[in-house]
Design a protein around this ligand. Structure first.
Ligand code: CO
Length: 215
């Protein structure tokens, strides 16, 4: 059996002991339920672990991760996580967190056919097409990719806002903020893109829901 596989059990035992040493009731308390204030939508990249980079504890962040932290309207997994987080857990903040050097974004900007994933990455190509003028004006490739990562996060924030779930929460005056962040794998710094929103005022009219349609 690979060494890393054995190691996770040794590590786990040690971690359980450390937690119990600090608080003998630690797991008992966690088992009573969760009330996390944050929903995190991040990249599956192994270098971007939500709790670790934010110094948060189990129970504080509800997490959804996929390749390139995408908010795809037909993704039942993402929509279910979002619905549960907003309507049951009543999170106060939703964070979309991208990261520089994202393999998904880089692959999407390339023309190499990879396989099934190309269909997922196509959504990132759509983001590029929307911001082509700004991005193509950046001559440095690395700089262009970094900006693309930021723009992709911004678009996913807007895509969250377009959902019926987020707009319904706002219509009910439920406090809910949506933020866009970028993590730098090369130095560990989390950057706020300052695109936080808490209402649908800035949304293009076509996306706005005013009230429930009744038959
Ligand atoms: Co990534």
């Amino acid at each position: 059996m690979p060494e890393i596989f054995d190691k996770i059990f040794t590590n786990n035992k040690q971690w359980v002991q450390e937690r119990l040493d600090q608080d003998p009731e630690y797991f008992k308390k966690l088992s009573l339920g969760q009330k996390p204030p944050i929903l995190w939508i991040g990249c599956s990249d192994s270098r971007v672990p939500a709790n670790e980079i934010t110094g948060t504890q189990p129970g504080e962040i509800f997490v959804h991760r996929n390749i390139a932290n995408m908010v795809i309207h037909t993704d039942m997994s993402m929509l279910s996580v979002l619905d549960y987080a907003v309507n049951v857990l009543k999170v106060k903040h939703i964070i979309v967190c991208g990261h520089y050097g994202c393999g998904g974004v880089i692959a999407a900007m390339d023309n190499q056919e990879v396989g099934l994933i190309d269909n997922w990455l196509r959504h990132i190509k759509d983001v590029y097409r929307l911001h082509k003028d700004e991005l193509d004006a950046i001559s440095d490739h690395e700089e262009k990719m970094r900006r693309m990562v930021e723009i992709n996060v911004e678009e996913q924030v807007f895509d969250l806002v377009k959902t019926s779930i987020v707009q319904k929460a706002w219509r009910k005056e439920q406090p809910l903020y949506v933020h866009g962040l970028v993590y730098d794998v090369a130095n560990g710094i989390l950057k706020n893109l300052d695109v936080s929103v808490h209402n649908n005022a800035h949304l293009d009219k076509v996306y706005k829901f005013s009230s429930l349609f009744s038959l």
